[in-house]
Write a protein that binds this ligand. Structure first.
Ligand code: PGA
Length: 258
């Protein structure tokens, strides 16, 4: 990572999406652990975003390693008539330390709204979970020159109910939808431009928070392209989908951030 960001610890998070029975999760952790942090030098923060059913297995298997286990969604309420939903307290009890909120697949396929995220982000913080708020534009929006409008809306709504003093505790993942799972990675310049815009949006609320908040890039990150993405000044890490399913390639991406 570049020296321009001395205060921001790089963060590499693997997003398993719908993958990982408990048996697969345990096997994955066993293979990953010896591969992590082999090299000396700056250690990035590492997270694994796993299905609810594997949170406890992964938290147990990785206990003491410093790897944070994240859920991929949660409900903002503590209890209530919300069939099929899970609260922050339930996730904490399983050993989760973070939660992905507003992933584009939740937004596009499962009706996640910016309104709900306005409540979810502060609810996660209040409970002691680190929110990883995902934002990003579609290909049509980018082509129509609408990227900034979309990002502004998503960042402003997601952070609306977060106190200025806690803004930097939110991790924001910029994930252009056209680059997710498509193999079509954003160029380093495109990723830098958008992440720096996201940081500036946080700066509209608090200059100090903008300096400290970590902004990740996500979308077809692989060991082969991680280095050139991670060296961009405003990119503090990566949210990795497909390439995180292989412990070896995930560990190589972690190493690229060290
Ligand atoms: P991908 O997914 O790395 O497979 O493109 C990224 C994500 O959805 O977080």
């Amino acid at each position: 990572m570049p020296d321009e960001n001395p205060g921001r610890t790089p963060y590499i998070a693997g997003n398993w999406k719908l993958w990982g029975t408990r048996a697969q999760a345990a096997d994955y952790c066993e293979r990953l652990l010896p591969l992590l942090f082999e090299a000396d030098g700056r250690r990035p923060d590492v997270g694994l975003c796993v299905p609810y059913t594997s949170i406890e297995t992964v938290a147990t298997a990785l206990a003491g390693s410093g790897v944070v286990v994240a859920a991929q969604n949660m409900h903002q309420a503590e209890t209530g008539a919300y069939t099929g939903e899970v609260s922050a307290a339930m996730l904490l009890e399983l050993g989760a330390g973070a939660v992905v909120l507003g992933h584009s697949e939740r937004r596009q396929l499962f009706g996640e709204t910016d309104r709900a995220l306005t409540e979810k982000v502060p609810a996660a913080l209040a409970a002691g979970l680190q929110p990883i708020l995902c934002v990003g534009e579609t290909e049509e929006e980018r082509e129509a020159g609408d990227m900034e409008r979309k990002l502004r809306h998503q960042v402003q709504e997601g952070l609306e109910q977060v106190d200025d003093g806690r803004l930097a505790d939110v991790v924001i993942a910029y994930e252009p939808i056209w680059a997710i799972g498509t193999g079509k990675v954003a160029t380093p310049d495109q990723a830098q431009e958008a992440t720096s815009f996201v940081r500036a949006l946080v700066g509209d609320r608090s200059r100090a928070a903008a300096e400290r908040v970590r902004v990740l890039y996500g979308g077809s990150v692989k060991p082969e392209n991680a280095g050139e993405i991670l060296e961009q000044a405003d990119i503090d890490g990566a949210l990795v989908g497909g390439a995180s399913l292989d412990p070896d390639s995930f560990a190589r991406i972690v190493a690229a951030a060290g």
